[in-house]
Ligand binder design. Structure first.
Ligand SMILES: [Zn+2]
Length: 491
């Protein structure tokens, strides 16, 4: 290879690394999550004007399906109303009036292989959020991504036929990825979006994990360790194919449940909590195999949705919202192998919510400090997690909920994801916290904090940022803080 060829080759490599298609650098993605209620309350043109003017937004992540209030509906009751939109909570009367479901028309031909058929959100009658917002977005050159999540409601007809089964035999309300009713609903939904509307992409998020981390309360709220999932017939059949003994797994999880309940009552095992947990893992490695079975089932779901969309239209991007637990729980982080995920992800929204992250990390430490690490003083436990998760300069436990995480946390998380995705074509779009609700005594978003988080994400090499969770809970000054950073970066 002569010098000229070598230089051409290395130039090609460099341009490939930053630009997956046609050697043209991709424009930076500046996105915002927004639900139907904002367009209904404020009008499509006014909302899009605000997005473009305040934060140079070029991509809408429209909440098309959820039964949760995290990404749809107005501000959650108990939190202060933002300085735009209807100055009231959902339907003006607090809890119970938000309903959820699909905010875009459902085309039944795509749901023939599932019992889940009746899930249209009744909140705004016949209103279709994509029909309402897409034409104006396209006219403005803004992209639109359908954004939906793994959050259901027990009132959906036939839902029991798609639900997971817990260790104790109960049906906890979450749906099983190995149940054809749910798998086919997910595939039908992405097909419906891809065929029915001129969209640019689809993002789906699942904020759940397998039975092992759930039993230990390692993420989200601590729960009954006997209500962990999934032990349905489909999962047991899949376990058999993998050579996992389901009866042994159940025995292990029952022993784990007893261990967790004893720990929460301060009943210390003779050899201490941590050693005893290891004894259970060594005795019942089927528990870890069961955890990985759950994780692989989620990955297969991602891959199947990706393949379905690419069959229909390769130009439509599809990717995933990766749960904040990735920032707290080392086991969950181990399961988020980005090299693996990159194979079926056009983009990843890695959640890096700095402000609410402090409160959430403290909650995580309290949970695992109540069972497997019960013998470890919780400040030491937090220090250990800062070390193994590679954080620095973050606050001690007593101050953490009131301080939140710093912009350096965003930088480190974005840098790690950037490095893990090196060599892939997957775009990295960190999720940025703007006014995600926290307890009254916990830290609140500020314009400077939001600006610094966005700057940190770009400094770490992110291809874009996604302002989260929903416009209807954001204060305009904080949105402007993100906009200030975007203008600095884009020049
Ligand atoms: Zn199952």
């Amino acid at each position: 290879m002569n010098r000229r060829n070598f230089l051409q080759g290395s130039a090609a490599l460099v341009s490939q690394a930053i630009a997956p298609a046609n050697a043209q650098p991709m424009p930076r993605m500046i996105g915002i999550q927004v639900g139907a209620v904002s367009f209904v309350d404020e009008g499509v043109e006014k909302v899009l004007d605000t997005f473009q003017h305040e934060a140079s937004i070029n991509t809408l992540f429209i909440a098309t399906f959820t039964y949760g209030r995290g990404i749809a509906g107005r501000q959650v009751p108990g939190q202060p109303l933002p300085d735009h939109g209807a100055q009231q909570y959902d339907n003006g009367s607090g809890y119970g009036t938000f309903q959820g479901g699909s905010y875009t028309r459902v085309h039944p031909e795509y749901y023939k292989d599932t019992v889940l058929q009746d899930f249209r959100a009744p909140d705004f009658g016949d209103y279709d959020v994509l029909e309402a917002a897409l034409p104006s977005a396209r006219k403005r050159g803004m992209k639109t991504i359908c954004w939906f999540e793994d959050v259901w409601n027990a009132r959906v007809p036939n839902i029991r036929e798609a639900q997971e089964r817990a260790l104790d035999g109960s049906a906890p309300g979450t749906l099983c990825f190995n149940n054809p009713n749910y798998r086919n609903w997910l595939l039908g939904t992405v097909e419906d979006y891809a065929r029915s509307h001129p969209i640019d992409g689809i993002m789906w998020g699942s904020e759940r994990q397998g039975a092992f981390s759930n039993a230990l309360g390692a993420g989200g709220s601590a729960r009954d360790p006997f209500r962990v999932t999934c032990f349905c017939n489909f999962c047991e059949a899949k376990a058999r194919q993998r050579g996992i003994d389901a009866a042994r797994a159940r025995q292990g999880f029952e022993a784990l449940g007893n261990f967790v309940n004893a720990a929460r009552q301060n009943r210390r095992p003779v050899d201490g909590y941590y050693v005893t947990l290891w004894r259970l893992m060594l005795r019942y490695p089927e528990m870890l195999a069961w955890e990985m079975l759950w994780t692989d089932s989620l990955r297969e779901t991602y891959a199947a949705m990706h393949a379905r969309v690419k069959q229909i239209n390769p130009e439509i991007g599809i990717g995933w919202h990766i749960w904040h637990n990735n920032s707290f729980n080392p086991v969950y982080r181990a399961e988020q192998d980005l090299t693996e995920l990159a194979q079926y992800s056009d983009f990843l929204k890695m959640v890096m919510y700095h402000n609410c992250g402090g409160e959430r990390m403290a909650n995580y430490i309290h949970n695992v400090g109540g069972d497997m690490f019960h013998d470890v003083p919780q400040q030491e436990l937090l220090d250990f997690h800062y070390r193994v998760l590679d954080y620095a300069h973050e606050k001690p436990l007593a101050a953490l909920p009131q301080s939140g995480f710093s912009a350096d946390y965003v930088y480190r998380e974005a840098r790690r994801a950037h490095d893990a995705l090196a060599g892939s074509k997957t775009q990295l779009w960190p999720g940025i916290d703007i006014d995600i609700p926290t307890a009254p005594t916990s830290s609140k978003s500020t314009p400077e904090g939001t600006r610094d988080a966005v700057l940190a994400a770009f400094r770490a090499g992110a291809n874009g940022v996604l302002l989260s969770r929903k416009y209807s809970e954001m204060r305009l000054a904080n949105l402007r803080g993100a906009g200030e950073a975007v203008r600095q970066v884009l020049g």
